[in-house]
Design a binder for this molecule. Structure first.
Ligand code: PMM
Length: 267
């Protein structure tokens, strides 16, 4: 899943793809690099971010969704708002990627049920301005798993079918670096919930902290090799997908993991 952030302020690539035509060109570039789907977002969720008015979010994402869907891309919309999700699906999106797992907007799961499209349901505890204070766990993998299961139950009650669901542990959302590593190490327990799993580690702060601890450059754009390493390891564990900014590196990484797994299965 290649990321197209149509935002002026995302931590990883803020402002780079903010104009519609530049965002569309970037999406095409990611497809050419081998992305299977594109995730279009119009609201930054970086730590401390404040919310964007809904009209701004619509103005940012809809033209990009429309153009990339018309170009034949499988498009996901990264939004916590039901209205944005519904209008993006009308504009051609096939998937709704909601980092709040339905908690930010009570209408979201109803829209997912109504549209019948795939739904990435992430673990989340609160908006970006407060999530740092909510990063407290005794056993992060067990608690994230239990909270995801609760959100799955709520989505099912709203009429969402099981085959619509993809789960995401929500790395960095009310989690610090230690929590993120524990969740990656415990991916099999999240996969044990019985749904496909998406991992979004790309360029996140915990990778920068790891690189910095070894004296390496740690700005977001320098985290792509570390991201590709996570992609390889996550693919080797059998996850459904990885959400990344640099598609080329992760496509290679996933292909290596796939070939390795196939060879193991032949033994
Ligand atoms: N992370 C970000 C945004 N959207 N969606 C999913 N499903 N999982 C994630 O981990 C995730 C996401 C934040 O990263 P960005 O600002 O670089 O897009």
């Amino acid at each position: 899943m290649g990321v197209v952030n149509v935002t002026p302020d995302s931590f990883s690539d803020g402002g780079q793809w903010f104009q519609t035509d530049v965002a569309v060109a970037h999406g095409r570039h990611l497809l050419a690099q081998g992305a299977d789907l594109l995730d279009i977002g119009g609201e930054s969720t970086r730590p401390g971010a404040t919310r964007v008015p809904v009209d701004d979010e619509l103005d940012r994402v809809l033209p990009v969704v429309r153009a990339l869907a018309a170009a034949g891309a499988d498009v996901s919309v990264d939004t916590m708002r039901a209205e944005v999700a519904e209008r993006a699906v009308s504009a051609g999106a096939h998937m709704i990627n909601d980092v709040s797992g339905g908690l930010a907007d009570p209408e979201m799961t109803k829209v997912v049920a109504r549209t019948g499209c795939r739904y990435v349901l992430s673990h989340w505890r609160g908006h970006s301005d407060v999530m740092g204070d909510l990063a407290a766990y005794d056993d992060v993998t067990a608690e994230v798993g239990a909270e995801l299961a609760e959100r799955v139950a709520a989505a099912r009650t709203a009429g969402v079918r099981p085959d619509q669901l993809v789960l995401d542990p929500g790395l960095g959302f009310a989690k610090d670096g230690v929590h993120n590593w524990e969740l990656l190490a415990g991916l099999d327990r999240i996969m044990g919930l019985g749904y496909p799993v998406l991992v979004g580690a790309s360029r996140k702060r915990f990778l920068g902290e790891l690189l910095a601890a070894h004296g390496a450059e740690s700005f977001p754009a320098f985290r792509d090799r570390a991201t590709a390493a996570v992609s390889a390891l996550a693919a080797a564990r059998g996850v459904w997908g990885v959400r990344v900014h640099d598609v080329a590196g992760s496509v290679d990484a996933v292909r290596v993991a796939q070939a390795w797994r196939e060879a193991e299965n032949l033994r």
